[in-house]
Design a protein around this ligand. Structure first.
Ligand code: FAD
Length: 459
């Protein structure tokens, strides 16, 4: 098998740059075409998703390419959710009862730069910026690009083309518009959008609030969250309806109204955000949606990966982690079937799609959990029990959150089925008063396991 095969990757975002690095390590001749300028030279963040929750599935990919330590150096541990109520009271709800399990806040730009630098170390990897893919001829394995610098169009051919060009993928559009095969596609927007804001560091460069947590201000129909950055700031994201409710993006049109809204709903956050209204009116409001499609591949010629294949809403903090896990799964299938692209692509999609469908659904569930349920007493009761079970029985019990976030050895679908059954089991045992918080943990574990088993058997 010739490793001298040419691979085109469209998009040098998180997934594309990791894939380029891995394919470079495997010896392929890789050409990556990215529509935007090089983010290592030009600031292109534009107020959108500056930092991300990075967890075990993403880290597994870093281990695969030998970058675990370098990624860790960019990460800030977040041990749990710090919930802020309307009076400014806070309490922390840890992500796991096992102390070594936590998620991390990581800068999108720093992580992307790390991956680009490492990919470019391989002389068989070339990355071209300011080159936008306009369409893909998937029958002839060629792609049409526009060079933003020369304004000229050009065509590139390869043995395979993998599109990691995000939620608006050019390859996906070509599948759809090409009408050469049965291509299913759905895109569902939430009625909520998001806007990024910031809490700047103190004058001495310190964090203005607790550093090692993901802060949440849950308010039922909307919420605010904040993740720490290495420079002492927090990136704050407001998730809010475009048009519904007393306050929404459509009617927050003046600085006074924005301040009134924050004063009423997030007074303790407002105190930390003297720059609120400037951020609010400078930064864009962006939409949130779920993309599902199939097939991801055309014969052995082209393949969709990352958000291009399965964009999800951000509420489980798993979009990037899932895109990174795509590369790990793809790589494992390549180990077994290298040389036969059609089989690699088919096996990859058959193996992977059920899991990306599952995380898409889990992410929507978590929207409700974060903006609403986390503040409810019964939810908090359930979390307390789960924490205690994880602490007491670290090898016997994992909550849904832990299964999804910290158990990278099982797929998202398995995590979802088991996790949902456990949730249902604990809530129904609490509702029927079949378990009480003061009960012996051994007895609680047995009841939860039994009830979970019953629910799983019914499904
Ligand atoms: P992208 O990151 O979108 O990269 C696509 C790349 O392709 C870009 O560089 C783009 O410029 C380029 N491109 C696009 N079109 C073309 C074209 N036609 N030609 C050439 N290049 C092109 N995930 C997490 O795991 N944790 C989180 O906490 C988290 N938080 C999020 C918060 C928000 C508000 C949002 C919106 C998303 C969040 N995500 C999170 C999801 C995460 O951002 C995505 O899943 C991840 O970026 C997907 O990586 P990707 O490389 O597939 O796509």
């Amino acid at each position: 098998m010739s490793k001298q095969q040419n691979v085109i990757i469209i998009g040098a975002g998180l997934c594309g740059s990791l894939l380029a690095l891995r394919m470079g390590q495997r010896g392929y001749r890789v050409s990556v075409f990215e529509m935007r300028p090089d983010l290592r030279k030009v600031d292109i963040s534009a107020g959108r998703s500056i930092n991300l929750a990075f967890s075990d599935r993403g880290n597994k990919a870093m281990k695969l390419v030998g970058l675990e330590d370098k990624a860790q150096a960019l990460s800030i541990p977040m041990h749990g959710r710090m919930i802020h109520d309307k009076e400014g009271n806070t309490f922390q709800s840890n992500y796991s009862g096992r102390t070594h399990e936590y998620i991390n806040s990581i800068s999108r730009g720093d992580l992307n730069s790390l991956l680009l630098n490492e990919a470019e170390r391989h002389e068989n990897v070339n990355i071209y910026f300011n080159k936008k893919c306009k369409s893909v001829d998937f029958e002839n394995t060629s792609a049409l690009f526009k060079d933003y610098e020369t304004k000229l169009e050009f065509t590139e051919n390869a043995d395979i083309i993998i599109a990691t060009d995000g939620a608006g993928s050019a390859l996906r559009k070509s599948y759809f518009l090409g009408k050469k095969f049965l291509f299913s596609f759905s895109q569902d927007y939430l009625s909520h959008g998001y806007k990024e804001l910031s809490i700047l560091p103190t004058k001495s460069g310190d964090y203005k609030t607790h550093k090692n947590a993901l802060h949440i201000w849950p308010r039922g129909d909307f919420m605010l969250i904040a993740l720490p950055n290495l420079d002492g700031s927090f990136t704050v994201t407001l998730f809010l309806s475009y048009s519904e409710g007393e306050y929404n993006f459509d009617n927050l049109t003046t600085p006074e109204r924005v301040e009134t809204f924050f004063h009423k709903e997030f007074p303790d956050a407002l105190e930390l955000m003297p720059n609120l209204t400037q951020d609010f009116f400078e930064n864009p409001t962006a939409a949130l949606g779920t993309v599902k499609c199939s097939p991801w591949h055309y014969k052995g010629n082209t393949l969709l990966m990352g958000d291009a294949a399965h964009a999800i809403v951000p509420f489980y903090g798993q979009g990037m982690n899932a895109a990174f896990e795509d590369v790990v799964e793809f790589d494992a299938i390549l180990d077994d079937h290298e040389g036969d692209w059609q089989t690699v692509f088919e096996r990859y999609e058959n193996h992977r799609k059920k899991d990306t469908d599952a995380i898409a659904d889990l992410a929507l569930d978590n929207f409700l959990e974060m903006r609403d349920h986390v503040a409810h007493p019964v939810f908090q009761e359930k979390r307390k029990i789960e924490m205690a079970l994880e602490k007491e029985f670290p090898t016997k019990y994992s909550s849904k959150y832990s299964l999804v976030t910290f158990n990278e050895n099982i797929g998202y679908q398995e995590a979802m089925l088991k996790g949902r059954a456990q949730d249902k089991a604990i809530l129904s045992l609490l509702k029927n008063q079949s378990i009480t918080p003061s009960e012996n943990l051994n007895s609680i574990l047995k009841k939860v396991q039994q009830e979970t088993e019953n629910i799983l058997n019914l499904n």
